[in-house]
Design a protein around this ligand. Structure first.
Ligand code: ZN
Length: 325
């Protein structure tokens, strides 16, 4: 922690950050603390400014995509508001999990008597973690699943692990929209460790897969607005800059002085070396994206993401180091 105020509750002593670019912000929230808007036709999105969910209103009921607990009971209010305005049923009949994480799914149990749909790994992980707020999906799939309700269609697909092992792509071919959660943050940098991702190489390759679909609107799961193809491309450039900087720093930082300094404490040598590599790789990226992507100047985010990518270059891509002669 860089702040002396950590844990003291004294807001005055907390650090200042660069202003959030206006382009990173979305529409104002209503009195209940949510915004619901039309994506296209009868596909809607909901945000509380931090999390996002989506739903389709059809002649046969409402299909909900993710149920973040931070939006919570406002999901019901948003569905009721739109169903009343459109003159259709407000009954939620289906709930799709994008992945198993609680922060996107733990309001699922608020909706009873619904068909829950998710990847087979989502079911396995939810049964393992046994959280009553996230009932395991009844309908599962391995590679792809076409969900058709009331004449509307969503194409669910799994293309390998990324942020989590079970994170799926949700394509709405009739609505020019892709929903893909926790990889790209519209207008903002990823938080710690590539948005707390488990598979670094899978995470880095996922935006190309997202862009291979035809869409104009992108529901990314976080913050206050929808994303565009330009947002995905900017995220890719940020990650590519971190990867390039990490390669350069791995090649240019001499590890020998760190190991000479610390002798038998080899872990101290490792820390000195890898921290220096991380700082050398991350510093130019932080400078380049401050004012471009919101929170780029919160150094811990870019530093931890850089550390994760730098380690993946060593451990996944190789070489991890020189071969002993
Ligand atoms: Zn997640």
């Amino acid at each position: 922690m860089t702040t002396s105020a950590a844990g003291t509750g004294s807001a005055d002593e907390l650090p200042d950050y660069a202003p959030v670019p206006r382009s990173a912000l979305g529409p104002a929230l209503n009195e209940q603390g949510y915004y619901v808007g039309r994506v296209e036709r009868n596909l809607y999105w909901v945000t509380d400014g931090v999390y996002q969910s989506a739903f389709l209103v059809t002649r046969d009921g409402v299909v909900l995509f993710d149920a973040p607990p931070s939006i919570g009971h406002n999901l019901r209010r948003a569905v009721d508001e739109i169903a009343a305005a459109e003159g259709v049923s407000n009954t939620v009949t289906h709930l799709v999990y994008s992945h198993h994480h609680a922060d996107h799914g733990a309001a699922a149990s608020l909706f009873e008597n619904v068909v829950r749909i998710g990847h087979e790994e989502t079911r396995r992980l939810l049964l393992r973690d046994n959280d009553p707020a996230r009932p395991a999906p009844d309908v599962t799939f391995a590679d792809s699943y076409t969900l058709e309700v009331g004449g509307e269609r969503a194409e669910l697909a799994w293309h390998g692990s990324n942020h989590s092992p079970d994170n799926i792509y949700i394509h709405f071919p009739g609505h020019d929209t892709l929903m893909f959660i926790d990889v790209v943050n519209a207008g903002w940098v990823p938080i710690y460790n590539l948005n707390l991702s488990e598979d670094v190489q899978g995470y880095m390759q996922a935006p190309d897969i997202a862009l291979s679909y035809p869409w104009t609107h992108f529901i990314c799961g976080h913050l206050g607005r929808l994303a565009t193809r330009e947002d995905v491309a900017l995220h890719q450039q940020y990650i590519a800059d971190i990867e390039a900087g990490s390669r350069d720093a791995l090649a240019s930082v001499n590890p020998v002085p760190y190991y000479m300094r610390y002798g038998e404490n080899v872990w101290a040598g490792v820390k000195g070396h890898l921290d220096t590599v991380t700082e050398r790789a991350a510093a130019p990226v932080i400078a380049k994206y401050t004012g471009v992507l919101a929170a780029a100047d919160i150094e811990a985010f870019t530093m931890t993401t850089t550390f994760a990518i730098m380690q993946s270059l060593r451990l996944d891509k190789g070489p991890s180091g020189p071969v002993h002669p």
